[in-house]
Design a protein around this ligand. Structure first.
Ligand code: ATP
Length: 283
């Protein structure tokens, strides 16, 4: 790419240096309320994500997960409290400079992609913060990175297909490849498993597990309703209910039957196998 947002720089160092005392915080949410009219979408939320962490945000419909992700993607400001992203405090930074450093996938962003846009163009155009190729001229390094990412996310063979002809799983993987194109420091995935069949979900979880294990990969935050979609090796979890944090911290401490039952408002049993979870209604 010539000019515009810098993209395709590959890190020479892992994101987290082994032995470092405390990897830098990429997301810091302190005492945050988000209020619309009389309604608290989020209330008194504190949350810190560090560079080496992989978080899952879990909660029922309407819990505030997408709202929290909007704060973390610099798409929304808090009503009260402070949000610091990649060392920059919202309200004191140009969000248009911040956003290219954050990769985001969501159903809303997916709907903005023109059905006629080819997969390869959807991915490579991320460096310009535009959807679809227009008059940009890309450098070989951009095209090489896009090809590598399409291969990694299993869409290289369909690089010439229009986005509108893809299956839901192919769309989700194309969007993740696009989100990684700018080599972001933070990757936010809003319900990437929604609408996938069992095979599609397992394929996605397997690729997300590989990404979670990659020390060069950005900090990751995955939003889901289902514990079955949590990749093995996700390190942390935050449980939300009605805008409040029920529990947050290391995954093995937070993802318990008790905390999940409180979050979803029904008594659940939890089964662990191979680093993955399944949940069922108790009794
Ligand atoms: N602008 C708004 N004004 C009033 N209420 C809103 C507004 N935006 C969102 N809400 C409400 O805030 C709550 C939290 O919404 P949010 O989308 O963050 O939840 P969520 O956990 O992502 O839900 P889902 O899992 O269904 O996607 C919902 O009850 C929603 O209806």
């Amino acid at each position: 790419m010539d000019g515009g947002v810098s993209s395709a720089q590959s890190s020479a160092q892992p994101r987290v240096v082994a032995g470092a005392l405390s990897p830098e915080a990429v997301v810091e949410v302190e005492g945050v309320d988000v209020v619309r009219g009389e309604k608290f979408l989020l209330r008194a939320v504190d949350w810190t994500v560090r560079a080496d962490e992989r978080w899952v945000l879990l909660g029922p419909n309407g819990a505030g997960k997408t709202t929290l992700l909007q704060l973390a993607s610099a798409s929304m400001h808090p009503t009260r409290g402070r949000v610091t992203l990649l060392g920059e405090t919202l309200g004191a930074v140009d969000v248009f400079e911040l956003r290219p450093r954050i990769g985001l996938t969501s159903a809303v962003l997916g709907q903005r992609i023109a059905p006629a846009e080819r997969v390869g163009d959807v991915v490579v155009s991320a460096g310009y913060s535009v959807v679809g190729r227009w008059r940009e001229r890309y450098q070989v390094s951009d095209l090489t990175r896009a090809a590598m990412l399409m291969d990694q996310w299993g869409v290289a063979a369909i690089a010439h297909r229009p986005f509108g002809t893809l299956s839901e799983g192919e769309r989700k993987r194309t969007q993740i490849a696009r989100a990684l194109m700018t080599d972001p420091e933070l990757l936010l995935l809003d319900e990437p498993g929604a609408g996938l069949d069992l095979g599609g979900r397992e394929d996605l979880v397997s690729r997300l597990t590989d990404l979670a294990r990659d020390p060069y990969a950005p900090a990751q935050v995955l939003v889901t309703h289902h514990v079955e979609e949590i990749p093995a090796d996700y390190t942390h979890a935050l449980l939300l209910r009605e805008g409040r944090v029920v529990a947050a911290g290391p995954a093995e401490q937070v993802l318990t039957a008790g905390a999940l039952s409180e979050t979803f408002g029904l008594r659940l049993t939890l089964h662990r196998a191979g680093g993955r979870l399944t949940a069922r209604r108790a009794g």
